[in-house]
Design a binder for this molecule. Structure first.
Ligand SMILES: [Fe+2]
Ligand SMILES: [Fe+2]
Length: 363
């Protein structure tokens, strides 16, 4: 959650709508009531006001004390030396000139956020913190589906950033061990696919924007399963033809939901809808084949199939990474062979090992 602290008696930064378009920001008056904060929400403070009285200085210090270890930036008139001294003394991570170009304001905030998540990931409690953030994001997705409300884009983005940072830092083993302890199968599967795809995207040296996109899209790819009753998803036996059809609707249901209830790029809708499509046209829901399936979808499909294979299901044991890869190589004509070759190298490098998971129907 981004909290912007303002002084309602003064004009605020005119460029701020660009920040609001990128992040979910709640503004509140320095002397007003603070919005209620969900403990697990990532908090980021943006001070957008002039501190020209002692009362304001004391109030700002109170807000900073209320959110210890929270990244904060101040949007100020940097010509004022007194202001600069005050904010630096209070430990804000960045001072941003209020007339700065909008995209630079956003970039500065993103940089501070990334640095903060990196520091958190390196700290002893970094894994638990990441679990909490991811838990909040997935609970938020479930709530959006239940209430047919908008997906909290920023919350999913923060979760994806935590995952990719832990993978970056080589903490995947500890991270996946912790994910495995989680009670929810959806949580385990989504986080495993996000971790696998993050390592794969890095291995492919994709642009950072594509890496971030894929990790986030992996968290969302099976959102359509939230429309399927748990007793069907968790059924260890053979599904009736009707229930099988119901499960097979999860990619289209998920994509339709995101289209109506999210401000997400078109490619996210595409990866959600098409992650069960196969190159030979035998996949679903649209039976796409060959060039109809984009490279990003192919990356998603490979990561999803692999994750499903190394998870334990009600109807099968977990395969080892080696077994999973050999099964995937046997799926002749269905997966992109060039990507699969790179994926095999990526798995060996990232040591995305055996994972025990609760039952689940499909990948
Ligand atoms: Fe799926
Ligand atoms: Fe999946």
């Amino acid at each position: 959650m981004f909290l912007r602290v303002i002084d309602r008696s003064l004009p605020v930064t005119s460029n701020f709508q660009h920040v609001e378009a990128r992040f979910d920001v709640q503004s509140f008056d320095l002397f007003g009531d603070m919005p209620s904060i969900v403990d697990a929400d990532p908090v980021f403070l943006i001070f957008d006001l002039k501190v020209n009285t002692d009362a304001k200085r004391r109030a700002v210090e109170g807000v900073i004390r209320r959110f210890p270890d929270t990244p904060a930036v101040a949007i100020i008139d940097v010509k004022s030396k007194l202001e600069r001294v005050f904010w630096n003394a209070n430990g804000v991570s960045a001072l941003i000139h209020k007339t700065e170009k909008p995209d630079l304001i956003v970039k500065n905030i993103e940089r501070v956020l990334e640095e903060h998540i990196r520091t958190t990931a390196l700290s002893p409690g970094g894994i638990e913190r990441a679990v909490k953030v991811c838990d909040t994001a997935l609970a938020g997705m479930a709530e959006s589906v239940a209430k047919r409300s908008f997906v909290k884009d920023q919350s999913v983005g923060a979760a994806a950033l935590h995952v990719s940072t832990l993978i970056d830092l080589g903490r995947e083993k500890e991270w996946l061990a912790q994910v495995q302890q989680h009670h929810s199968q959806t949580f385990q599967h989504s986080l495993l696919v996000a971790s696998v795809i993050s390592a794969f995207a890095k291995h492919l040296a994709l642009p950072r924007s594509d890496q971030a996109f894929l990790t986030k899209a992996a968290l969302l790819h099976d959102i359509g399963k939230m429309f399927v009753p748990l007793e069907v998803l968790d059924n260890p036996g053979k599904l009736s033809p009707e229930n099988h059809e119901l499960v097979k609707k999860h990619p289209s249901n998920g994509a339709d939901f995101l289209k109506r209830h999210g401000c997400l790029p078109r490619a996210t809708i595409e990866t959600t809808r098409s992650h069960h499509e196969l190159l030979d046209g035998s996949g679903y829901p649209d039976g796409l084949s060959g060039s109809q399936i984009s490279p990003l979808v192919r990356v998603m499909t490979i990561s999803d199939v692999y994750s499903a294979l190394i998870e334990r299901r009600a109807y099968k044991e977990a395969y080892s990474p080696r077994q999973a890869l050999s099964i995937m190589w046997e799926m002749k004509g269905k997966l992109d062979p060039i990507l699969l070759k790179e994926f095999s190298k990526s798995v060996c490098h990232a040591k995305m090992g055996r994972v025990a998971s609760r039952p689940e129907r499909v990948g």
